[in-house]
Design a protein around this ligand. Structure first.
Ligand code: NOJ
Length: 699
């Protein structure tokens, strides 16, 4: 390969928003100067550009077509944060598999997913794209999504190459402001932010994307510690790393490079193999080489990594996509059924006083109210692939399709999500008064979450809370359904409204899934993968915090808390209700004492003490109460979803071992320290039963 051809493989350029390639792409591909595109899609278009690569370029290296297929391509599944609420990674694997199949059929061979960033700050809009705040749950979902997209062999015709992003600590943006800097100890990186990436690498992910943020003063896109020491040397990753959108050139704004030439050298030398959109590698590679600021070996290695993945993808054998297959491959009935099933399992019942829910399908009349009751866009969330609003089932449509023929369903929007007008309130109030029950759908628009969608308030936007208050004031039983992409501060609603369902942004089948739950065809079973704070001022707030020297005490002012809000969250991590009731009891350990490399089985009895079949997600947490470094008050180390018939009892088992009990010590070695350990098992992070065991030094 000539130097230009090598650098060409390191370049990725953006297509047009509608999926077309740009005219210049034809010429670049012909000359071997463009290795990959993003956003170019549609079998016809990708084939057209590919034909130029395969027949007109000297080396006939196929182009790699990438796109953000995050939670579905055309069949849109719940946002990843919602899917994580299922605590069932197998569902994420299945949805990713459908997304891969649809994407592959439109010429795509690479998705910029899964997004596996840990997010402890709901102000950050991209919390919606990940699996929440916990590294253990996050790792489980990372693994599952990689498996779903890639299968065991991503050259298969229904698979795509995955990309774990954003490497790394992007979710720790200060103040929750997107793209902002981060400052984190190596411990926190290794214990909180790295694990989902490690899981993705171990699951065989082919690519990673470097993030926009700086970490401890070094931008992630020029960070030799994360890109080379950890990723290559420690984890033995042999795929390639793509930069984020223009993040190579942005090294200048970071103040880490004086110009594009320095930016190119910094990123490529640190370990970013492919440059997304900016063109610094291509523009300055040759002169950097001449000046010895870049070596041929470094360029060769980056090219080798990219070509290795192109070979593994089978791109050379199967560069084209079957254009005839495209129309039949999208929105298959089984994909739509799956989207409904997953949405139903992703929703979280937050409150259900006096069993207001589920509703009777024969109820006389229902007022369906709120700006998100009949909105087709919001349920698709951010990064909705090529999902189409016309394929969204809204809550209103879902409810109409569910209730008996005699039930009267009336609808009023009441207000907009954003605007300040209350002109629609009266109509909504009137309808509520005339009905037996009012269902109010409030939350966020899709554009309020995702990239560049940080918020300084976690309140319901606009006049929505007042709308809920006005409907509640009618005295009619009022149920709130939240349609949103991040934790919201909904204290008033929690204190006043008898039933609340967190439906998240549930995808194309959202409305059907909501109706399935509201009318009892599906028993809710989701659990929050993030803490809901009471007030935005408590943020960052997460369950696996450190105890501090002055843990909060109600009667003692000089302890770690606030003057104006309780120290506890509104809803803890792992929380979620069911229409039935579960009892978790009788914890048993296989041993009272193990050695540092030993294993231990923890079991508890779970009973369905209610009258409906239902799923409980049993969660296991540990605590290392005394160690050479402070340790969190709780760490999730196991979870299991079990389905139980009314009255059924089952013993659920977890195995704890070396990989669960240790931490990264001050010398940055992973160690299990002898001493007492506590084990807590329960239905959420705040409701647990506790037992303990001893870890002894290895003899
Ligand atoms: C920027 C986003 O940060 C990243 O997640 C995405 O994959 C790229 N743009 C490409 O669209």
């Amino acid at each position: 390969m000539t130097l230009e051809e090598k650098l060409g493989q390191l370049q990725q350029l953006d297509g047009e928003a509608n999926g077309n390639f740009r005219p210049e792409h034809l010429e670049l591909v012909r000359k071997g100067l463009l290795g990959s595109t993003l956003n170019v899609r549609g079998a016809q278009r990708t084939n057209q550009l590919q034909r130029v690569a395969m027949t007109e370029s000297r080396l006939k290296i196929p182009v790699l077509f990438g796109f953000d297929v995050i939670h579905g391509y055309r069949t849109i599944f719940p946002i990843p944060l919602a899917e994580a609420s299922s605590w069932d990674p197998s569902l994420a694997e299945r949805s990713a598999a459908v997304a891969a199949q649809e994407a592959n059929n439109v010429g795509l061979r690479w998705t910029f997913a899964p997004m596996v960033d840990i997010a402890r700050d709901p102000r950050w809009g991209r919390i919606t794209e990940g699996a929440g705040e916990d590294p253990y749950l996050g790792a489980a979902f990372a693994r599952a999504r990689v498996r779903g997209f890639q299968g065991t062999d991503y050259s298969a015709a229904d698979k795509v190459l995955a990309c774990a992003k954003h490497w790394v600590a992007y979710g720790a943006a200060e103040g929750g402001r997107d793209y902002n800097t981060t400052d984190l100890s190596e411990n926190t990186l290794r214990e909180i932010y790295f694990p989902p990436f490690k899981a993705a690498v171990d699951a065989g992910v082919g690519t990673l994307m470097s993030s926009f943020n700086a970490i401890n003063g070094v931008p992630a896109t020029a960070n030799a510690f994360t890109l080379t020491k950890v990723l290559r040397d420690e984890w033995k990753f042999d795929g390639f790393v793509v930069s984020d959108y223009t993040s190579v050139k942005e090294l200048i704004n970071h103040g880490f490079a004086a110009n594009e030439e320095e930016a190119a050298a910094a990123a490529l030398n640190a370990g970013v193999d492919m440059e997304m959109v900016s063109r610094s590698y291509n523009a300055f590679g040759p002169q950097l080489l001449k000046q010895n600021k870049l070596s041929t070996a470094t360029i060769n290695e980056a090219v080798r990594r990219i070509l290795r993945i192109k070979f593994r993808l089978g791109l050379f054998e199967r560069p084209y996509t079957d254009e005839a297959a495209e129309p039949n491959s999208l929105l298959r009935p089984e994909s739509i059924r799956l989207a409904r099933e997953i949405a139903g399992r992703s929703m979280v019942l937050l409150k259900n006083e006096r069993d207001v829910l589920p509703l009777d399908k024969n109820v006389g009349s229902i007022a369906v109210i709120g700006p998100l009751a009949d909105d087709r866009r919001a349920p698709l969330g951010w990064w909705a692939g090529d999902g189409k609003e016309e394929n969204t089932v809204t809550p209103l449509a879902g409810i109409k399709g569910k209730v008996s023929a005699q039930t009267k369903v009336v609808y009023a929007k009441g207000c907009d999500v954003k605007d300040e007008s209350t002109a629609g309130f009266q109509e909504a109030i009137n309808l509520a008064k005339q009905s037996d029950v009012a269902l109010v759908f409030v939350g966020e628009l899709a554009e309020m979450v995702g990239e560049a969608a940080s918020r300084s308030s976690l309140d319901l936007p606009g006049r929505q809370l007042e709308l809920v208050q006005a409907i509640h004031a009618t005295g009619k039983p009022t149920i709130v359904v939240l349609v949103n992409g991040r934790p919201l501060t909904i204290g008033w609603i929690v204190n006043n409204v008898p039933a609340i369902l967190e439906s998240w942004m549930g995808g194309s089948q959202s409305g059907n899934a909501i109706a399935d739950i509201l009318f009892g065809d599906v028993n809710p079973s989701g659990k929050l993968p993030v803490t809901f704070p009471r007030a935005v001022g408590q943020v960052p707030m997460y369950y696996n915090y450190m105890n501090t020297g002055r843990p909060p005490e109600a009667e003692n002012r000089y302890t770690s808390k606030y003057l104006d809000v309780p120290w506890s969250p509104l809803f803890p991590f792992g929380y979620g209700l069911s229409y039935t009731r579960f009892k978790i009891s009788n914890p048993q350990l296989s041993a009272q004492r193990i050695e540092t490399n030993g294993k231990l089985t923890v079991s508890v009895e779970v009973e369905n003490a209610g009258r409906r079949v239902g799923d409980e997600v049993v969660q296991l947490y540990i605590r290392d109460p005394v160690a050479t470094m402070t340790r969190p008050v709780k760490e999730l180390k196991g979870f299991q979803r079990v389905t139980l018939q009314p009255g059924e009892k089952r013993r659920v088992e977890f195995v704890l071992g070396h990989e669960h009990l240790g931490f990264w010590n001050r010398e940055m070695r992973y160690v299990v320290e002898p001493g007492e350990f506590r084990v807590m098992v329960g239905s959420n992070s705040a409701d647990v039963i506790e037992t303990k065991f001893e870890v002894a030094a290895k003899q």
